[in-house]
Design a protein around this ligand. Structure first.
Ligand code: PLP
Length: 350
């Protein structure tokens, strides 16, 4: 597949901005090339535009190759860059599924690229044939999120494989929640699919949402395209420091993930016993989608007790659904006890 031919024409022709740190890494030299302040503050020099040291450590932590990695100011930046690399505004279009992560649509709207959302099946599974039928000559990208937000389920490998084999454009697979499932990441299969972009993030399992660090795993051809169009210093030095520090302690991250998974299973059990709950959807993520008898009412009542969950009732096929993030043991207990109390109050009223 010729990814170059799928590019937006202006991007294909584009000569990237060559930053001072692009031309010379600066290490061990007298650096008078970037108009930096020469006095050492610990942060007076521009960071590496390709974040080589951080990528090396991420590659080791995740078990991938640093040559297949692009870093973004959150995955949200990588979503935007993927759209801008391949889609001509007001001409091309993107296909996604519903319900799913809201940022794809926002980013499309900002870039004036039409976004068509195809429904998932009733049980939130991915029907590749249904998506492939919607593809037109203008469809440049497909966005898929697995495990999916807000439904929480991971999509079947066979369905994703069918999509990759049947679509001649770019597939962006958002794996923000992959660490909460036993399923292997699609980033291990980049050799088979040069048109695949796998997004991961430091915001969920790794616990660094505030640093804003997203990862795109993709073919080296694709890495070159991202590097051509990204802002030169998109990852700041403080983020790099904190990210490297955090992944030094892989055991701690693994322990935190394990605790979240155990708490998720406990929460599911407890929620299933509740009288206000109609259905608890299976979850491969760090949140649970729950159908209740009256989502707006329960949402408001929880809020009054200082508990914030996400009301998803207006989302496609999510009527009366709340999305609940798995918290600490204490937080989860508080949630369950509050729901029980509300339930008792209700039964005494009627
Ligand atoms: C939370 C989330 C992200 C994370 O985005 P960042 O910009 O990396 O914080 C990405 N995709 C999905 C589906 C999410 O739910």
């Amino acid at each position: 597949m010729k990814i170059e031919e799928l590019l937006r024409p202006n991007v294909r022709k584009m000569i990237p901005y060559s930053s001072a740190r692009d031309e010379f890494s600066g290490v061990g030299m007298v650096q008078l090339d970037a108009n930096e302040n020469p006095f050492d503050t610990g942060l007076n020099r521009y960071p590496d535009p390709y974040q080589r040291q951080l990528k090396k450590e991420i590659a080791r932590y995740k078990g991938g190759r640093m040559q297949n990695l692009v870093l973004g100011n959150g995955s949200d930046e990588l979503i935007d860059l993927a759209i801008r690399a391949f889609c001509v505004p007001a001409v091309d279009e993107i296909i996604g599924v519903k319900p799913s992560y809201g940022m794809y649509k926002v980013s499309c709207e900002l870039n004036d690229v039409a976004y068509r959302e195809i429904p998932l099946d009733e049980d939130f599974s991915l029907n590749a044939d249904r998506l492939l039928r919607e593809v037109t000559a203008k469809t440049k990208l497909i966005f898929i999120c697995s495990p999916n937000n807000p439904s929480g389920n991971v999509f079947e490998d066979a369905a994703i494989e069918k999509l990759l084999n049947g679509f001649t454009g770019i597939v962006v697979l958002d794996e923000a929640y992959i660490d909460f499932t036993a399923k292997e990441s699609w980033s291990k299969r980049l050799n088979e699919y040069p048109q695949l972009i796998v997004l991961q993030t430091f915001s969920k399992a790794i616990g660094l949402a505030a640093t804003r660090l997203g990862m795109a795993w993709c073919s080296e051809q694709m890495v070159e395209i991202f590097n051509r169009i990204k802002p030169p210093y998109n990852i700041n030095q403080l983020t790099e420091f904190e990210a490297m520090k955090r992944i030094q302690d892989a055991d701690q991250i693994a322990e935190d993930i394990q605790s979240i998974i155990e708490q998720r299973e406990w929460l599911i059990q407890e929620l299933e016993k509740s009288g206000v709950v109609e259905k608890v959807y299976p979850s491969d993520a760090n949140f649970i989608l729950v159908k209740v008898n009256d989502a707006n009412s329960l949402y408001g009542q929880l809020l009054q007790k200082n508990l914030v969950v996400r009301n998803r009732t207006t989302q496609y096929n999510c009527e009366n659904c709340l999305r609940i993030s798995v918290g600490t043991k204490e937080e989860n207990k508080e949630l369950i006890e509050t729901i029980k109390k509300l339930e008792n109050e209700e039964s005494t009223i009627y």
